[in-house]
Write a protein that binds this ligand. Structure first.
Ligand code: SF4
Length: 150
């Protein structure tokens, strides 16, 4: 993938990046999340997609039970985009592009900690862990630029 191509990102993964500290469904998923967090934190544009994105699409053909085929995942995406749009005060839908800069990351993390995304994360088995990470001030998370506190 060329360095300046947008990162294809499905809605709920935007939330997952906020609490990401190197844990995930499989080594392949973790590798994709880490690479994506690095590209986005470096300023690469994100493009919102409805289908498997740059994190999970490479796994769809190689993993026996890729999580992106779970029935709740599209609904998780819809809820996440709706709630993120409300926090950012702008529409957000498939095809939209945005840079997830420090200002946006700080706003989304504060909203996450305040429970703004509970309705999306309620559909996910990782919610207790992500809640704890948010409550711990995102210590050890990986989605930030080198000079920005986690
Ligand atoms: S609870 Fe699930 S959907 Fe929500 S941020 Fe955590 S991993 Fe992502």
């Amino acid at each position: 993938m060329a360095g300046d191509e947008p990162v294809r990102l499905r809605g709920h993964h935007l939330l997952c990046l906020l609490t990401y500290k190197g844990l995930g469904y499989s080594p392949g998923f973790v590798a994709g999340m880490t690479a994506t967090a690095g590209r986005l934190a470096a300023g690469t544009m994100a493009e919102i997609v409805e289908d498997p994105d740059d994190i999970c699409a490479p796994l769809c053909c190689v993993e026996e039970h890729p999580h992106c085929h779970e029935a709740t995942v599209p609904e998780r995406d819809r809820r996440a985009l709706f709630l993120i749009a409300a926090v950012l005060g702008r529409p957000l839908m498939a095809g939209d592009r945005l840079v997830l800069d420090q200002d946006i990351r700080v706003r989304l993390r504060a909203a996450y900690r305040d429970g703004a995304f509970e309705a999306a994360c309620a559909l996910c088995e990782w919610q207790p862990l992500c809640r704890d990470i948010a409550a711990s001030d995102y210590a050890g998370t990986l989605f930030h630029s080198p000079d920005e506190p986690a």
